[in-house]
Design a protein around this ligand. Structure first.
Ligand SMILES: [Zn+2]
Length: 62
């Protein structure tokens, strides 16, 4: 059984949960925190998101 590491991802632009894209990562001094947002919220603000989060359990092969 895959270990799920899903955490609730808050959108940085709105109060709704389940943000599905990473818009930026803070500096290493700040902990390299990945900041998430909804793709639509980012697009509305002209922000290019870095990557989209796939809500599938990732399983290490081998
Ligand atoms: Zn949002």
């Amino acid at each position: 059984m895959a270990t799920r590491t899903r955490r609730p991802r808050a959108c940085t632009y709105c109060p709704k949960p389940d943000a599905d894209a990473c818009v930026r990562v803070t500096a290493p001094e700040a902990g390299s925190v990945h900041i998430f947002a909804h793709k639509s919220c980012a697009t509305e603000r002209g922000v290019n998101w870095w990557y989209v989060v796939l809500d599938e359990p990732t399983e290490a092969s081998q």
